[in-house]
Ligand binder design. Structure first.
Ligand code: SF4
Length: 715
């Protein structure tokens, strides 16, 4: 191991923005991390989370070997070989006893920061013949995947952010989350990008109950009442239709039911929408006109509306706005991102006809079905707890923390305790790992090869990057794919990727598995490896003309959407969607992210812990004064389902009647004794079967109706 300092290039995988990094390595350890000023799209951008990587790699809390839970509940260290032998033997017993569907896996947000974690989990399920594949997508923004199937899909995609002269951003804040919907502002150097876009004349409309970092840049900020985005977007649609601001030429050719759309929003008149959303009517009109009169640029929803009631409706209406205003890529346009890691697909300026968005196997609850090859996580706790054909008995959790993330914490904990086998792949003893039979210690990002598989389709340029492992592994740790590989080997079944099954005659490398998982991609892995941090203007995707015989059209008011919209119109407000009354639960708890952590990941690191060790309940100062609450007080927050404790922090950027809290904090205690040290999980407040989305099963995890009282005063 060299004692001289070497400097290498890699990219960060704490969140999916994939910022390029320059790292110094000495004695096999990372000693310093910097951005890369020469990078053509990030220009040196990083955030505080990524700069803590040297600490994360060696922190005391990092697991460096697998653990096995003894009968008395304590854990003992075991070798990875012994752990995998025992896990495989239990899986074989469970499959033989109950059938393959009894074996489930769940990949959480952490797993998405590894290009091989999700493909390997999928391949594992194919190998053993189990449909019980779950991810965090179905408790985050599943309507993003389903809504386009119901309306029809524009094959060439909607407008890019680059070149947009107007942007309507609904409930997302890429300055903190590093995420934007397709066509929106992404987390690649977002502060500079938005400043430059504003300089060139971009008009920005933000819909958010908070004056977020993005909202401070807005030309119009509609501080909507939480949960009322579908009403507001239906109202904006009605204004655009009534004022005849649509793209007629486009709609005449490609939209099949404009009349039915107009009929479906008929009752969302301005006076009603303004009152229900608590937004000035003239601002709504100005926002509708500003969006419709732009030439290029899209509307897009983030986590806020996707976690609130009627999430499919919110996603539906941004598609409607983009469609009726003709914000689609036309023949000859360039597609912004490169899609280099995926097979070449036609990009014709035409509609792919609507189809069933949830064609997967039936879940056993709420008449829900699988979507995009995975099952709805909102039913998984019940799939575990409910006896009968298809009951889940074994669960492998990869890069996730169900106890603080799945809706309904109490139900989730019961499910974790009920499993015959729980395996958690995590680098720390999470709240879920406490219940595991085995905890597998994974490699951390700088110990594995990778590609930016998510951003490949969201980068605002056709850009490629790759990293090899930068440092040797610390301890008996496994890359996530290796866990599934070793288990299938022991079970005697293949681990099939698009490019073929993982070889068993030798131990494959990360690169070999990347080749198999991304086989048939537009650019080969070998070429990507030779083109790190590079933009390829000559390889950008260009939109072709439509097939002459293409007769498909958008359906913008399918019957179930029109029915759901009619239901919304009968509700007094969004609280009614979860069966609550605003008189009893006058506040709305909304979800948010914090700058210094991804969910609660990283809160143990000293450089981040100084920013706070809890997920505060941010409140408007006038609300605090009304309740006699001071900064630092602990309040009890009660929903129709449960209560939690939270430390209050003043936030003038939040409208009255709203409490804003980050999700996925806290531990496995249901009584929050350590709320000042570890926070509390908002998942405890929600029910899986109240106000859920009928298409996706998405549970209401934001705009939750709550009431509050002081629990502990600092005075
Ligand atoms: S924005 Fe995300 S990828 Fe970039 S440095 Fe921060 S955590 Fe890492």
């Amino acid at each position: 191991m060299s004692d001289s300092v070497s400097t290498q290039h890699t990219f960060c995988r704490v969140c999916h923005a994939s910022c390029p990094l320059e790292v110094d390595v000495q004695f096999g350890r990372v000693t310093a991390v910097r951005g890369v000023p020469d990078d053509p799209i990030f220009a040196g951008y990083t955030c505080i989370k990524g700069r803590q990587l040297p600490d994360q790699m060696v922190h005391d809390s990092r697991l460096r070997a697998p653990l096995h839970r003894r009968p008395d509940g304590t854990f003992e260290q075991v070798s990875s070989g012994d752990a995998l032998d025992a896990i495989a033997s239990e899986l074989r017993r469970i499959i033989d006893t109950y059938g393959p569907r009894a074996v489930a896996s769940y990949t959480g947000t952490g797993g998405y920061q590894n290009a091989l974690a999700v493909p390997a989990a999928r391949a594992f399920h194919q190998g053993i013949g189990s449909s019980s594949f779950y991810t965090s997508v179905t408790i985050d923004q599943p309507a993003k995947g389903t809504a386009p199937f119901r309306t029809g899909i524009w094959e060439a995609g909607y407008h890019n952010f680059t070149g947009a002269d107007v942007l309507l951003a609904v409930g997302y804040n890429p300055m903190v989350s590093s995420f934007g919907p397709t066509g929106g502002l992404q987390g690649t150097n977002p502060f500079v990008v938005i400043r430059d876009a504003k300089k060139r004349g971009l008009k920005l409309i933000v819909i958010d109950p908070r004056r977020t970092e993005l909202a401070t840049q807005a030309d119009i900020h509609l501080a909507v009442k939480p949960g009322e985005d579908p009403t507001l977007l239906a109202g904006i649609t009605k204004i655009i239709l009534d004022e005849d601001l649509i793209d007629h030429e486009f709609c005449d050719r490609w939209v099949g039911d404009l009349d039915r759309l107009a009929e479906s929003v008929r009752d969302f008149d301005l006076e009603y929408v303004a009152r229900r959303c608590d937004v000035p009517a003239h601002d709504i009109v100005a926002a509708a006109q500003m969006f419709a009169k732009g030439n290029r640029g899209t509307a897009g929803c983030g986590t806020g509306p996707n976690m609130a009631p009627h999430s499919s409706l919110a996603e539906h209406f941004v598609i409607v706005l983009n469609t009726i205003c003709g914000r689609v890529n036309r023949e000859g346009d360039e597609v912004e991102s490169g899609f280099f890691l995926y097979p070449d697909m036609p990009r014709r300026a035409q509609v792919i006809a609507p189809r069933n968005p949830t064609p997967g196997p039936a879940a056993r609850f709420r008449n829900l079905h699988g979507m995009r090859g995975e099952m709805p996580t909102t039913t998984l706790a019940e799939e575990i707890l409910t006896p009968g054909e298809g009951q889940v008995r074994a669960l492998i959790v990869s890069g996730g923390n169900p106890v603080v993330a799945w809706p309904d914490q109490e139900l989730t904990i019961r499910a974790m305790k009920d499993l015959e086998l729980l395996v958690v792949v995590d680098h720390r003893m999470s709240a879920t790992a406490e219940f595991a039979h085995y905890v597998i210690a994974p490699t951390l990002s700088l110990e594995r090869a990778d590609v930016p598989h998510l951003m490949d389709r969201w980068f605002r340029a056709p850009y490629t990057n790759y990293t090899e492992a930068i440092v040797p592994r610390l301890g008996d740790v496994l890359n996530e794919w290796e866990v599934f590989y070793e288990l299938t080997k022991r079970l005697g079944v293949p681990l099939p990727f698009p490019g073929g099954a993982a070889p068993t005659d030798h131990q494959p490398s990360d690169d070999e598995i990347l080749e198999l998982a991304y086989a048939g991609s537009r650019m080969s892995l070998a070429e990507i490896k030779n083109n790190r941090m590079k933009v390829h203007p000559e390889k950008s995707l260009r939109v072709q003309g439509p097939d002459p015989d293409c007769s498909a059209k958008f359906t913008l008011a399918p019957a179930d959407i029109a029915d759901e919209l009619a239901v919304v119109r009968t509700e007094s407000d969004a609280a009614e969607a979860v069966g609550a009354s605003s008189a009893e639960f006058p506040f709305r708890l909304v979800s948010r992210r914090l700058k210094h952590v991804l969910n609660s990941l990283g809160s143990e690191l000293p450089g981040l812990a100084v920013k706070g060790t809890t997920n505060p309940a941010y409140m408007n100062p006038d609300d605090m004064a009304d309740y006699g609450i001071a900064d630092g007080d602990i309040i009890e927050i009660t929903s129709p389902r449960a209560s939690l404790h939270a430390v209050v922090e003043t936030a003038p950027d939040i409208r009255r009647g709203v409490i804003s809290m980050a999700h996925s904090w806290g531990g496995s205690s249901l009584t929050d004794e350590k709320v000042r040290d570890i926070g509390a999980p908002t998942n405890r407040l929600v029910s899986v079967d109240q106000g859920y989305d009928r298409v996706t099963g998405m549970v209401v995890q934001s705009a939750i109706p709550v009431r509050i009282r002081i629990f502990e005063s600092v005075k």
